[in-house]
Structure formats: structure tokens, C-alpha cells
Design a protein around this ligand. Structure first.
Ligand code: GNR
Ligand code: NI
Length: 171
């Protein structure tokens, strides 16, 4: 098991559309374990594989207080949508930034577990918001993409400036 490095905005790899998982093998198990370790270490409540530079349709989540209820969604898809909600979101790939994002309030999700077994769940509240945030990652989309052009430009400039500063420090 290993904690992997999380890609930081505006890394172009965060815009890649992830590929469906077809092999439910040992490699997938290792990926999910590494993702869990990375998410708990961060700490975050969700993680998509592309955030650790693996363009596969794998999402994990743990919404429990006690951090002992890992949920794994392979090839997740939304099959039903209902209502509208607005929540303050953040993202491990855009550290330090939070913003209100409008989402669908309730969704029905179809996915596979780590063995490839198909399952469906109804989600509302944080599970609904989080799964939509993670499926966006699988499609190369970030929550900041929903912000106004002006706010996006401000966030992007700050991150580019910070990346340059940390490069100078490292040199
Ligand atoms: O840790 C996270 N918190 C969070 C809060 C509100 C809405 C979505 C999230 S997901 C985020 C972890 C992350 O970046 N997942 O991709
Ligand atoms: Ni995120």
C-alpha cells in the first residue's frame, strides 16, 4: 500500500476522460487500497482515480465520522435525477478553494463493486453531491468549472503563481 501524490489544478491530466474498468483483478484492488490510503491521509471524503494520475473509472468515498465506511464505485453512472440543491464544495486537487455549487438533489447510481458485481443505490444529501463531484472527475471536469469566468481566472492565476513559487523554493 502507498500514499500517492494528488494532482493539483491546473494539471492538464485532470481534464482527461477516464476509461471504463474491464478487469476486476489484483491491480484494481491495489489501486483502490492506494486511493483509500491517499484519501484518508489527505484527508478527504472522496477521491477519483484520475486525481492520483490513473485514468480509470474508479471512485471511492467515506462519508462516516469514524472513517470506517469505505464505499467503492467502479464505472459509476447516474440513471435517475431529481431536484436541485446547492452545497459548499472543495476538492483535494484545488486545495484551499471552496465554492457553492448547484447539483441535482437526488440521484440513482448504477455501478460495480471491486469484484465486478453490479449494484444500484439511491443517493441524496452528501452522497449525492459527492458522487456527482467524483463522476465529474471521471469526465475531466472540476467543481471550479462551474464558477464564473472571472472567479476561474482568479483561481487559475493563483495556482500557477503558487506552483512557480514552490519551484523556486525547490531550486
Ligand atoms: O474531500 C472532499 N470534500 C468535498 C466536499 C464537498 C463536496 C465534494 C467534496 S469531494 C472532496 C474530495 C475530492 O476532491 N474528491 O474528488
Ligand atoms: Ni475533487
Amino acid at each position: 500500500m502507498a500514499i500517492r501524490e494528488i494532482l493539483i489544478y491546473p494539471d492538464y491530466r485532470l481534464k482527461i476522460k477516464s476509461e471504463s474498468v474491464t478487469n476486476f483483478d489484483k491491480e484494481l484492488e491495489v489501486l483502490v487500497k492506494d486511493m483509500a490510503e491517499t484519501m484518508y491521509d489527505a484527508p478527504g471524503i472522496g477521491l477519483a482515480a484520475i486525481q492520483i494520475d490513473v485514468p480509470k473509472r474508479v471512485v471511492i468515498m467515506d462519508l462516516s465520522e469514524t472513517k470506517d465506511a469505505l464505499q467503492v464505485f467502479i464505472n459509476p453512472e447516474i440513471t435517475e435525477l431529481e431536484g436541485v440543491t446547492e452545497t459548499e464544495e472543495g476538492c483535494l486537487s484545488v486545495p484551499g478553494v471552496v465554492a457553492m455549487v448547484e447539483r441535482v438533489a437526488k440521484v440513482r447510481i448504477k455501478a460495480q463493486d471491486i469484484k465486478g458485481q453490479r449494484f444500484e443505490v439511491e443517493a441524496d444529501e452528501m452522497l449525492s453531491v459527492c458522487i456527482q463531484h467524483e463522476i465529474d472527475h471521471l469526465n475531466g471536469k472540476l467543481f471550479v468549472d462551474y464558477l464564473s469566468r472571472l472567479k476561474q481566472d482568479r483561481v487559475r492565476k493563483n495556482f500557477i503563481k503558487e506552483a512557480r513559487l514552490s519551484e523556486t523554493e525547490a531550486a
